[in-house]
Design a protein around this ligand. Sequence first.
Ligand code: MF3
Ligand code: CO
Ligand code: CO
Length: 255
Amino acid sequence: MPVTIKTPEEIEKMRIAGRLAADVLDMIRPYVKPGVTTEELNTLCHDYITNVQKAIPAPLNYRGFPKSICTSVNHVVCHGIPSNKQLKKGDIINIDITVIKDGYHGDTSKMFFVGEPSIIAKRVSQISYECMCIGIKMVKPGVHLGDIGYAIQTHAEANHFSIVREFCGHGIGRVFHEDPQILHYGTPNTGLRLETGMIFTIEPMVNVGKRHIKILPDQWTAVTKDHSLSAQWEHTVLVTENSFEVLTIRPGDNL
Ligand code: MF3
Ligand code: CO
Ligand code: CO
């Protein structure tokens, strides 16, 4: 499928969807505490998205995904399914929110700490955040996707961490996952060149150990093969005339 260039009207709808997704992450923060189950976090987000935002949680029934959000704890890389498992002190968790409003998607995720995490847990969360920011700040017309992937990969590996290759960022709009694929690794001067009006996510998954993953029998949950910790952050980004606009920015976010 071709890469879509969004019209001004579509961009305005994407701003609204992006803001709603970001708002869910702010809403859920006080509930991410020892003893809460990821199922309870799912219910809080689902009810907020449907009842307050009058929006649709995109993951629910997406290709058979059974819940409204993804909750990925510790060595879970992504696509963790909310369950009756309680969070405990020292856990790190990625909560990934995608909402559909007026036909358009907003997609964003962040890491939360449950109590005080280990130094290495804080470090992998911080480096994955920096990887995302490095990628976002490169966005402008004419830049090659390979340049962005290379910069993200270089930062993770310079810090002795690894980048997951099986999942990537993606174009987004009326469709949840559309072209282009935004790889978080790559080769400079290769790949698609960005154009004004493209919208896509940047969502690097960074592992403390090796990059390899496996999918659990539930067919969704991706975990590190070596059981090392993994962290991820995600924003939805618009290519503007000469730079970028983050559609899922939250108050107080410093890129
Ligand atoms: N929100 C995820 C992403 O960033 C996709 C989740 S797909 C689901 O692309 F089915 F697991 F929800
Ligand atoms: Co995404
Ligand atoms: Co997401």
